[in-house]
Design a protein around this ligand. Sequence first.
Ligand code: ATP
Length: 305
Amino acid sequence: MNAAPAIETHALTKVYGVKTAVDRLDLRVEQGEVFGFLGPNGAGKTTTIKMLLNLVTPTGGEAHLFGLPPTDTSSRTRVGFLPEHFRFHDWLTAVEFLQLHGELCRLSREVIRERIPLLLERVGLAEFAGHPLRTFSKGMLQRVGLAQALVNDPLLVILDEPTSGLDPVGRRLVRDLIHELRQEGKSVFLNSHLLSEVEITCDRVAFVKHGHVLETRSLQGLQAGELRVVVRTSGLPPTLDGMERFGRLVQREGDTLTLAVKDEEQLPRLNRFLVSKGVDVYALTPQRSSLEEQFLQIIGTDGGL
Ligand code: ATP
């Protein structure tokens, strides 16, 4: 397998008439990475995905999947895709539906026969294998759609709003599935408005607005639960040796410090340390910057419309 990124775009652009849906978009998703693609409604996320899959032709720039342009059919042999609005063949049973998609992926009959029960088990639908899709609930359809996205054992799975319509059990299943895919070394490209889900599943996120990536951030710090704490003191000397063992100094304004500490356990320790150095502590206020706060900070509250 080559080491080319799972997804790479340079100045990717799509203009519909007078509307620029995607505007010189630069993106790089490494193999084995779980990547969140975040942005307000109409930011160009779905259009970007469609260009990656050769469903929409770009008006500018370029895209590559594992080093191959989307116009090369073989670029998609390694990709699984769950669209936001999947049109299901509701007269087919779950097994027939997955067989059809296996055949569309040109898998052999043996592989299809072997893989389908495993996939249905994986998405919690084993007992509904022979039921027609028209009898499925919205959540069950979403699950069979996920099984469809995995039918060709892809190296990259593109999920457009995979948890929409799912109850908490279904959302948990998607989260577990993404964790499993990461452990198998697969890449996941996740487009979701459910930031709490993104926060716990993604390694990195890109914030996109008006079709352009504003910022890409690693969520490693957040996943580890990095905690910011504001400490209001009096009598703080200009430097205080030993404080670095509690966390990283983010900012100091007079006698008020902002520190990034690794967990809550550090707070009483830090307090005792400051007091032992003759510093009066008036307040020690933990602050967690959620992904939602970051989103609003970067994207703004006006959305992208
Ligand atoms: P959402 O989060 O609401 O799904 P999105 O980020 O996926 O939004 P897109 O669906 O990619 O956004 O749409 C980006 C912009 O391009 C929107 O303004 C949309 O109206 C416009 N657009 C999308 N498809 C077309 C089309 N076929 N013709 C004209 N305009 C389009």
